[in-house]
Structures are given as structure tokens and as C-alpha cells.
Design a protein around this ligand. Sequence first.
Ligand code: GAR
Length: 190
Amino acid sequence: PLQLGIMASGNGSNFEAVAQAIKDGQLNAQIQVLIYNNPDAYAAVRASNWNIPAVLLNHRDYSSRQEFDRQIVQTLRQYNVDWVIMAGWMRLVTEVLIDAFTNKIINIHPSLLPSFKGSRAVEQALASGVKITGCTVHLVSLEMDSGPILMQAAVPVLQGDTPETLHARIQVQEHRILPQAIALAAKQAL
Ligand code: GAR
């Protein structure tokens, strides 16, 4: 099984989708640890419900992004993580993390990259007037929301959508493609 470390900042529905895909036999993996950076992240509650270790690393306790990433790398190594999954991780990462897990960090982003990079991608898509958006799973490189694309899914923007209704429609697709993309990345790395 792939030994996953998941990084999340908030709700953790993508963490949940990966855990469920593993339980359902759709992904041959185990989640070694959840790392979360906001003390009130609901992802931590989900991890507890799955009996998965959760480690709070609060970026506010570190003086630089590099120092923060060094602690992340140490924690990932401590839990014998092989693949790192950023599932709603809302911090920029540095070469400290990228170089420690070369081509083994996967991110999910709520747009069809290269459109709408950065935070608030759903709001950006809505404001731009596009009729189709979606989600992207990609390998992480140093440049934000770049790196080789593993999978994408398209999602229609509907009349009357708010950021919340559109994001909910995108998340259905995220939960479907993230586990598939993890399996694909592992296969491609062989
Ligand atoms: C997801 O929609 C993910 O694509 C997005 O945050 C959400 C987290 O949801 N990530 C980004 O915007 C990264 N820039 P979740 O906590 O329910 O998995």
C-alpha cells in the first residue's frame, strides 16, 4: 500500500474522500498521518473518527515558511510517509518540502488550471463569467498551482450560482478524482 501523508487546513472533505476510497478498496493505500495548520480545522475531527493520527503544526508558531516546512518534513518522515497529499492546504510551500519529496507531492485545486490560480479560485471563476470550470489534481512544483497535471474534471457554472453552490458541485468531482489521481501518480512513478 502507498503510505500517504495528508495536509489540510480546513473542512477536510477531500481527506474523507481518500479515507473512504481506501476503505472501499478503490485505492491501495493507507493514511499514515494528517497534518493540519489551523487548530479548529474540522479535518482533525474527521481524522479522529477514522483513528488516523493528526498532528497540528500551526504556521503562526514558526518564524519563516522554511522553518515551518522543516517541521512538516520531519513529521512526514516520522510517520513513514511516501506520498504527500495537499487536500485543501492553504499555505504556500517552499523548496524545503518540495526537495524532500521530489515529484511525490500532489495538490488538488478547485479550477481548471492554469486558469484561476491561488486562493478564492471559485470566486475568480464566477467573477470571470466562464461557463465551465472544474478541478485539477497535479504534482506540486515550486511555483504555486503549477506542475504536471494528473487529472481534471469539468463542472458547469449554472445560472444563479453562488461561490458556495458552485464549490459544492466542484467538490463532488474533487472527491471522485483525487483518489484516482493518487493511484495514477503512483503508477506513473514506477
Ligand atoms: C478544496 O476545494 C480544494 O480544491 C481547495 O480547498 C478545498 C478544501 O476542501 N484548495 C485550494 O483552494 C488550494 N488553493 P476540503 O477541506 O473540504 O477538502
